[in-house]
Design a protein around this ligand. Structure first.
Ligand code: ADP
Ligand code: ZN
Length: 436
């Protein structure tokens, strides 16, 4: 199942790739030491100089960088080049607190375009393909990230941005869009709206979608593929590293290839900081080795995933990461049990007559954590039959209990009562935070 690739490095022998990584790492460490006071201070404090980094193994001698460092140096303290060389700014969407600002040189935009072009090609894109970008344009990296990739590939960018879902569908149909790019929750929303408008997916030319920026399950993938009549691909990234395109899925759909020639991944134990062997789950850490304006060293993403270097049938040799389960910040601790919203999503998908929309409400009553799961039912569910409702609630509560080991109150809600998202979905309301 050899696939087209955008950049020959995607299929290069691992030894060649690692030689390239080593040279680039050495260069970047000098670059940050000389140009970013925070890095110079950190490295001096750790007793490591740029000359000490000669091999990939030496990477683990360098100190970590945390999101807090980027907040402390807000807005431009981590920039490694003068502003005259910066041509674009972006900011994180601020899902988990104060926003951070990142910058790109012209060279950085080329890297970004190259990485997202790889994702487009892996999803079947070619020069001339029409790339319908429904990620938000603006400071969020989703929109412009895929836009740069489309143009790099020589494809046609359709910069629709997020929102106005009926118009999205009109454009999908009239313009003959080939690949849809947005968050998986927005893809679901677009798919549902398509059905409501009575448009059959076969009326669209769409063949694939590239969906990321938030965690989504395999069940969500099947749902979206059915609603839109396409193959749905995952894409991963974060503003701090470059935006979407840090890793992308090939047609094998078993993990995402990391653009290792630009970003070196590591998996560490989030508690001890120790590097973990391939295959073990832990926190993803990235080191940028080609970025000029905003090169982060050993950046703690707080995303939990595994890495694998098993040969991929697509022919790419780039290491693969698993779908991240969610970030440690999203992990709920309910009565001492660790739960990711995506685990609850998997349980809900296995229950018939539910829709992919849900909301977790966590609270503390007395000294005890409580979890209520609001589950939106599909239109064919009979709310008038009280026994059915009770039975369904019990069924879901039992699955949650047996799969995740926590008890939850299940509240079934009518179709379309949980707010739809045009960007990243809000899955959790944690009222406990109000008391902290
Ligand atoms: P913010 O931090 O404000 O949400 P970003 O857009 O930079 O802004 O978010 C990046 C984060 O989004 C990642 O660290 C990860 O937690 C999540 N994310 C991005 N892509 C995916 C994906 N394909 N699967 C799961 N989570 C993802
Ligand atoms: Zn592959």
């Amino acid at each position: 199942m050899k696939q087209n690739v955008w950049n020959p490095i995607e299929t290069a022998p691992v030894a060649e790739l690692q030689a390239l990584q080593t040279a680039r790492l050495i260069h970047t460490v000098h670059h940050v030491y000389e140009n970013v006071p925070c890095y110079r201070a950190r490295m001096d404090a750790a007793g490591v100089g740029p000359g000490d980094i000669r091999t990939l193994e030496d990477l683990s001698r360098l100190p970590f960088t945390y999101k807090q460092d980027l907040r402390d140096t807000y807005p431009y303290g981590m920039f490694a080049v003068p502003m005259e060389e910066v041509v674009e700014l972006h900011a994180s969407s601020g899902t988990t607190g104060k926003q951070i600002v990142v910058g790109y040189t012209r060279g950085d935009l080329e890297v970004w375009g190259d990485t997202t072009a790889r994702a487009l090609v892996a999803a079947g894109g070619t020069p001339g393909s029409k790339i319908h970008v429904s990620y938000g344009y603006g400071l969020f990296t989703g929109g412009l990230g895929l836009d740069h990739g489309a143009k790099t590939l020589g494809a046609v960018a359709i910069p629709v941005s997020a929102g106005n879902t009926q118009r999205q569908i009109q454009i999908l149909r009239d313009f003959g869009s080939d690949i849809l790019c947005c968050t998986p929750s927005y893809a679901t929303y677009i798919g549902e709206t398509l059905a409501e408008m009575g448009v059959d997916p076969s009326e669209l030319k769409l063949s694939a979608g590239i969906f990321g920026a938030e965690p989504w399950t395999e069940d969500a993938r099947h749902k979206i593929e059915g609603l839109l009549g396409i193959k749905a691909y995952d894409i991963y990234g974060l503003t701090e590293i470059i935006g979407p395109g840090v890793a992308y899925e090939c047609s094998c759909q078993q993990g995402m290839h990391i653009c290792e020639d630009h970003f070196i991944p590591e998996i560490i134990d989030p508690d001890t900081g120790e590097t973990l062997p391939l295959g073990q789950a832990g926190e993803l850490v990235f080191t940028c080795i080609t970025k000029e304006a905003f090169p982060l060293i050993r950046y703690r993403t707080r995303d939990i995933a595994t890495l694998s270097r098993e040969a991929c049938p697509c022919g790419r040799t780039l290491i693969k990461m698993s779908k991240p389960r969610g970030r440690t910040d999203d992990m709920l601790i309910i009565r001492g049990v660790n739960v990711f919203p995506s685990q609850i999503e998997s349980v809900l998908f296995q229950t018939g007559q539910t829709s992919p929309h849900y909301l977790l409400v966590v609270d503390r009553v007395g000294n005890v954590d409580t979890l209520e799961i609001l589950v939106e039912m599909s239109p064919d569910f009979e709310f008038d039959a009280v026994r059915l409702v009770e039975q369904k609630q019990r069924e879901i509560a039992e699955s949650v209990q047996s799969t995740l080991g926590i008890s939850a109150k299940i509240s079934l809600v009518s179709p379309k009562t949980i707010q739809r998202s045009e960007g990243k979905a809000t899955r959790v309301i944690d009222k406990r935070r109000l008391y902290e």
